[in-house]
Design a protein around this ligand. Structure first.
Ligand code: PLP
Length: 361
């Protein structure tokens, strides 16, 4: 059905790689969904078949993440960027305080977008060292409603290996490490994730929100921006992103079938170790972030000399590697090694790094 012989090793940061089996099942469903003679792209979102997709997707999120009935699971649009303002709009009372940790571009955006809705206090920042570490020792004001974190910093390659010990309810942007490792939902008032980094295609945003937090702010909220609207209507108040949700369902089935979050995490730890070990050993490259804060998802590194950059990208491309150019604000290289990227692809990258060192080291 699909020519896979030219398939690349895709290290792109997002939209990003999904399992090959998911691509094939999604392609089949575009041609003929459930053998009804209709494409998934042309069926009603009110049809029995799509209702089943919604139900299964939610059930898989709950099963994989151990999410109980205390939480609503929502499938929204507008990306993680819409959650930057939707969360404070729904949760913060007039003039109430919220605490934010600034660990990169996405958390800076979250802070900026929250400011109109409350008293936003940045309790820690790693900005002065170009976001190369995760701040750990900071106080959270007792009167804050929540503490907002970005679990994984897609651009700079840092990740919380442990969440702050504070009792404060957490709101977390997990866009780039959602379902890459186990987490304890009870710590969180809300989690959100644009799907396109690790759990599906662009177009759907997964939001998990504590039911008793909905309506917390008491302010007038436009219908579409109110979590309660979507919770009450099973994310079907308006037309949901049918195809992205379907592909997310396929991806979640794959996560479950490959052993769930504990198994996914073991593979992610193994893949990251292979790559970081090479970065640390290879004279042509150097890591950019504090070792203890290194991301298991986005591995950022620099060439030892700037003139290495172009030839390394060229050599990588010749090996079928794509997407490793670093973000413009971090420079160098970034290899995103999300759930669906196989260990074999990481090994190909490591081989190219070694071959590069033989030639240039
Ligand atoms: C990509 C990304 C975003 C932005 O997501 P959109 O869905 O494009 O709005 C936000 N936060 C993090 C951590 C990201 O990686």
């Amino acid at each position: 059905m699909i020519a896979t012989s030219t398939k690349k090793h895709n290290f792109s940061a997002g939209p990003a790689i999904l399992p090959q089996s998911v691509f094939e099942e999604a392609a089949q469903a575009i041609l003929d969904f459930n053998a009804h003679g209709l494409s998934i792209l042309e069926i009603s979102h009110r049809s029995k078949d799509f209702e089943a997709v919604m139900a299964e997707t939610e059930a898989l999120v709950r099963e994989i993440g151990s999410i109980g009935e205390r939480y609503a699971v929502l499938f929204l649009t507008g990306g993680a960027s819409t959650q930057f303002f939707m969360a404070p709009m729904n949760f913060l009372k007039e003039g109430e305080k919220a605490a934010y940790v600034e660990t990169g571009t996405w958390s800076s955006n979250a802070i900026k977008e929250a400011r109109p809705f409350g008293d936003i206090e940045v309790v820690a920042s790693s900005k002065e060292r170009n976001f190369t570490f995760i701040p750990k020792d900071f106080d959270v004001p007792k009167n804050a409603a929540y503490l907002h974190l970005t679990s994984n910093n897609t651009i700079y390659g840092t990740q919380y290996q442990k969440y702050p010990a504070s009792e404060m309810p957490l709101i977390c942007d997990m866009s780039s490490d959602m379902f890459s490792r186990p987490f304890d939902i009870e710590r969180f008032a809300m989690i959100y994730a644009g799907a396109q980094k690790n759990i599906g295609p662009a177009g759907v945003t997964l939001v998990i929100v504590r039911k008793d937090w909905m309506g917390r702010s008491g302010r007038a909220i436009p219908t579409m921006l109110n979590y309660k609207t979507h919770a009450d209507k099973g994310s079907m108040y308006n037309t949901p992103p049918v195809f992205p949700i379907f592909v997310m369902m396929l991806t979640l089935r794959w996560i479950k079938a490959t052993g769930g979050l504990a198994a996914i995490n073991r593979r992610n730890v193994e893949k990251a170790k292979i790559l970081y070990d090479e970065i640390d050993a290879n004279p042509c490259f150097k890591g950019t972030v504090e070792k203890e804060d290194r991301s298991l998802m986005n591995v950022c590194f620099l060439p030892a000399k700037s003139e290495f950059e172009a030839p390394f990208l060229e050599m990588s491309a010749a090996a079928g590697i794509t997407g490793i150019k670093g973000h413009r604000s971090a420079g160098g290289f970034r290899a995103s090694i999300y759930n669906a990227l196989g260990k074999e692809s990481v090994q190909v990258l490591v081989e190219v790094m070694r071959a590069f060192a033989v030639k240039h080291g």
